[in-house]
Design a protein around this ligand. Structure first.
Ligand code: ATP
Ligand code: MG
Length: 256
């Protein structure tokens, strides 16, 4: 990483995640710069999802997991019991691999979480619905059927709706675990364009198995192997002149 840069929105220090005795993420220290897309890559089972989920404390809900080290966000270590996860997850949102809209109307998918957080002003809600659907490029496609079921949308549209739902919470950071791997190439392309347009306002940390996608889309790439962060550099460097041989083996497909 470029150590002169100071606009970090999140930073882990010696972050380890254990499942019982097994250390799935090993003392990872990583600074996440603002308004960038960061790709997490590496072989299956290397700890990408575990690391990603730990960033908004999703790990706390699973039994047998323990997390050591620090996750610094807005000047405090959020890896501690006193943190209100409900509020934190507004600021650090998550989009999953498989689109998971609620069994509700398109509009309600966005307004429901807002209402649960106490917003009931109908006009304001309407404004937010339009705003976030425009941001994910879905407005024109759905503006005439906002009260139809979200499940009537295509997979790619559903995923964009899920991103819109997260945006409505006004997050700083959006975590995504292989957000396009369940989608066809055209939907994938649309989502990539959406993410690219969002990074002027948000920081996106994204797990992807698709190295071409990481190369196309991300500003920084983190390569993990067996729970360790092997290399974390600007994406162009990782893909053309990596510091570590292990990274080179992986990106050239030589990984054993
Ligand atoms: N709930 C769990 N209980 C026990 N071990 C787990 C659990 N979830 C993951 N692991 C183990 O932790 C390690 C990291 O898993 P993780 O799912 O984070 O990998 P990943 O890099 O996301 O893999 P993939 O690319 O296949 O999604 C693996 O060895 C996995 O078997
Ligand atoms: Mg995973």
């Amino acid at each position: 990483m470029d150590e002169t840069k100071t606009d970090y929105v999140l930073e882990t220090k010696d972050l380890s995640v254990f499942y019982g005795d097994f250390e799935a993420v090993k003392r990872v220290s990583m600074k996440i710069p603002q308004n960038k897309i960061i790709a997490l890559v590496g072989p299956s089972g290397c700890g990408k999802s575990t690391f990603l989920k730990s960033l908004n404390l999703m790990h706390d809900t699973a039994e047998g997991r323990s997390v050591t080290g620090e996750i610094m966000y807005q000047g405090i270590n959020i890896n501690q019991r006193a943190i209100n996860q409900y509020i934190l997850r507004k600021k650090i949102g998550m989009v999953f691999q498989k689109p998971n809209p609620f069994k509700m109307s398109i509009q309600k998918n966005i307004t429901f979480p807002l209402e649960r957080h106490g917003l009931h002003d109908k006009e304001k809600l309407q404004e937010i619905v339009q705003d976030v659907l425009i941001k994910v490029g879905l407005w024109e496609e759905v503006k005439d059927k906002l009260s139809e079921s979200a499940l009537s949308l295509s997979g790619g549209q559903q995923q964009r709706l899920c991103i819109a739902r997260v945006l409505a919470m006004e997050p700083d950071i959006i975590l995504m675990d292989e957000p396009t791997s369940a989608l066809d190439p055209i939907s994938t392309k649309t989502i990539e364009m959406t993410l690219d347009s969002l990074k002027s306002q948000y920081t996106i940390v994204m797990v992807t198995h698709n190295l071409a996608q990481a190369a196309r889309l991300s500003d920084y790439t983190a390569f993990f192997s067996y729970g360790e962060l092997i290399e974390y550099n600007p994406t162009s460097k990782v893909f053309t002149d990596p510091d570590k041989e292990l990274t080179n083996d992986y990106i050239t497909g030589d990984f054993g």
